[in-house]
Design a protein around this ligand. Structure first.
Ligand SMILES: Nc1ncnc2c1ncn2[C@@H]1O[C@H](COP(=O)(O)OP(=O)(O)OP(=O)(O)O)[C@@H](O)[C@H]1O
Ligand SMILES: [Mg+2]
Length: 470
């Protein structure tokens, strides 16, 4: 963070200062008292299980200069009515103080974190870059990320999430992006939004926030995203994987041609831009990472990275965030795909396609927990996903294992495909899924583990990997 005195912090947040006005905050702003470092600011939040205010004294003992709090604490503090709003005010102040900072925003229903991690690795080739860890993308994580910038930071790469109208506009107000990429409009959080049109309205708030001298990077293969071109003052840059869904008029700016997947599902392609072409081989798994890579490439291109460096950087980039399409091959020849970070209808499809590819000529098992936050359409969406699995993978899919009652409609969907010869099995929890697999897995099989975050199936993937050692 740029150094700020407690007096400045109180003024910026409209808070009440208890403590030395000249004391200088030079370190990170954190919400976990165990992560406080010297010169930092501890923001106290009242959570479900614990209340940050109880750790105020410990935070200061660990080096925090003061505590941002909503009620009196036994430590130097700035008292505010709303801590996330105070963090937003501080973040906006810091951005204002650094006019040379180049801000990039990424949104979409799926792939924000994957794309953010790619774009950050490209931007780092140009200069000091700040990007969130994992999915710090909401009204709390976003300002905390922005507050990590300092005078040396050149690029700020942000992931913007929305659970409703106005959320992305709010985040853009804190740190106005000059470059913004919209990846896709899918069914994630359909329950809160109501439908795809509302989701498109909300995601498009990013391009509405861009200035005329900025660039809106849009996925030309997604009609809801391409239509956002009319909602921005910025120059429009499009990208496409050449899916023959749309006749691309005008021609997309960036294209991926000759897409191929290796036996572990890692894509190679030729990156085509108006200025030339360059070969890319991703270290990430799954064809769905090709549009993510194109979006990251387009953002890096706007920041000034040349095509050869972009291709080189994409080929060197690693997965920085856990449990997204991690592919592990066990000593006994069973392959485990841990995609347990989260799930929505589109990411389940993407993962099933990758599973089908990895299992070519062998047997696939899909262990799927439910997709959360779909509202009333949940049973139908699960049935569609189950039907897709049985249809797209056909006889390769030896078993579909639905974990928990909310995932059970997956099985009904798969049974709608009479020609599918696989087993449809419902189990109550992760250990039961492991027991079912233990009886069935043979060398050469491929297992996908995927569900919404709250189902926490990453433990199943971890246990599957340990089992080979037993
Ligand atoms: N372009 C894409 N299309 C479909 N699925 C994708 C795409 N990119 C990533 N995924 C899958 O979606 C899941 C989440 O990926 P990622 O964390 O990158 O997305 P996110 O948009 O940041 O999600 P969240 O909203 O949870 O922050 C993973 O299972 C990943 O494999
Ligand atoms: Mg994310």
């Amino acid at each position: 963070m740029i150094p700020l005195t407690l007096a400045q912090i109180a003024r910026i947040t409209g808070g009440q200062l208890t403590g030395p006005p000249e004391a200088l905050v030079t370190g990170e702003v954190v919400i976990d008292s165990r992560r406080v470092g010297p010169g930092g600011l501890f923001a106290a939040l009242a959570g479900e299980r614990s209340d940050g205010h109880d750790f105020a004294a410990a935070a200061v003992a660990a080096g925090a200069v003061a505590v941002l709090a909503t009620r009196p604490v036994p430590a130097p503090s700035v008292l505010v009515p709303d801590v996330p709003a105070a963090l937003a005010a501080l973040a906006a102040f810091v951005v204002d103080a650094l006019p040379a900072l180049r801000i990039v925003g990424i949104t979409g229903s799926s792939g924000k974190t994957s794309t953010k991690d790619l774009a950050a690795q490209l931007a780092e080739r140009l200069g000091p870059t700040v990007a969130p860890a994992g999915s710090y993308n909401n009204e709390l994580g976003h300002p905390l990320t922005v507050l990590r910038v300092d005078a040396a930071t050149q690029n700020l790469v942000l992931e913007l999430s929305a659970r409703g109208a106005g959320h992305i506009a709010y985040l853009c107000g804190i740190a106005p992006p000059r470059y913004g990429a919209v990846l896709n409009v899918g069914h994630a959080h359909e329950g809160e939004f109501g439908g795809l049109d509302q989701i498109a309205r909300a995601k498009g708030e990013l391009v509405e926030a861009l200035p005329a001298d900025g660039a809106a990077i849009l996925n030309a293969d997604d009609p809801h995203v391409l239509a956002m071109a009319s909602r921005t003052a910025a120059r429009v840059v499009t990208f496409s994987t050449g899916t023959p869904l749309l006749s691309h008029i005008p021609q997309p700016t960036l294209l991926a041609a000759d897409i191929r997947l290796d036996d572990l599902g890692r894509p190679s392609f030729t990156l085509l831009a108006p200025e030339g072409s360059a070969p890319v081989t991703l270290r990430l798994h799954g064809a769905h990472n090709v549009p993510n890579a194109l979006a990251a490439a387009a953002l890096a291109r706007e920041l000034g990275l040349g095509l050869a460096d972009i291709a080189d950087g994409l080929s060197a980039a690693v997965a920085r965030s856990r449990w997204r399409m991690e592919v592990h091959r066990r000593a006994d020849g069973v392959t485990v795909i841990n995609d347990a970070y989260n799930a929505n209808p589109e990411s389940v499809r993407a993962a099933l396609e990758a599973l089908g590819h990895l299992a070519q000529g062998g047997r696939a098992f899909a262990v799927l927990g439910h997709m959360a936050e779909l509202g009333g359409t949940s049973p139908a969406r699960h049935a569609e996903a189950g039907e897709f699995a049985a249809r797209a993978l056909g006889p390769v899919l030896a078993g579909l294992i639905a974990v928990g009652p909310e995932a059970a409609p997956l099985l009904d969907g798969a049974r709608r495909v009479p020609s599918w010869p696989g087993e449809a099995l419902g189990v109550p929890d992760g250990p039961a899924a492991l027991a079912v697999l233990a009886d069935r897995l043979k060398p050469g099989d491929v297992v996908l583990v995927k569900a919404s975050r709250e189902v926490r199936l990453e433990g199943v993937a971890a246990d599957l990997l340990l089992e080979a050692d037993r």
